[in-house]
Design a protein around this ligand. Structure first.
Ligand SMILES: [Zn+2]
Ligand SMILES: [Zn+2]
Length: 108
């Protein structure tokens, strides 16, 4: 089962001091946090990962680094999710939401 989520990173983007969204930047599972204003990717550290709850039991998930990928792990029901598998690819994301539209408003 795969549920794509929009997950905001903790902390603001370096370039615009605005919210940043966690996305898969490449196949292979590399995760970045992309600025909502300009889409510029930034490095993701453990402190950027927000607390999430298990979708099955509602318990808090613990973040661990497994095989160079961050994993969210539920100690209660023993489930785990690789972070990249939860996230949309950034091109999908910006297509869906139209977030990356610096010229918006000038098309009328
Ligand atoms: Zn920016
Ligand atoms: Zn659980």
């Amino acid at each position: 089962m795969k549920t794509l989520r929009f997950i905001y990173s903790n902390g603001l983007s370096d370039c615009h001091k605005t919210k940043a969204l966690l996305v898969r930047s490449r196949e292979g599972g590399f995760v970045t946090r992309n600025c909502l204003r300009c889409g510029k990717p930034g490095y993701v550290g453990p402190h950027h990962l927000p607390n999430l709850e298990c979708e099955f039991c509602g318990g808090p998930l613990v973040v661990k680094l497994l095989d160079k990928n961050y994993c969210y792990i539920c100690g209660k029901c023993d489930r785990q999710w690789e972070l990249p598998s939860l996230l949309p690819h950034w091109t999908e994301l910006f297509q869906y939401s139209g977030l990356l539209a610096p010229g918006d408003g000038s098309f009328t």
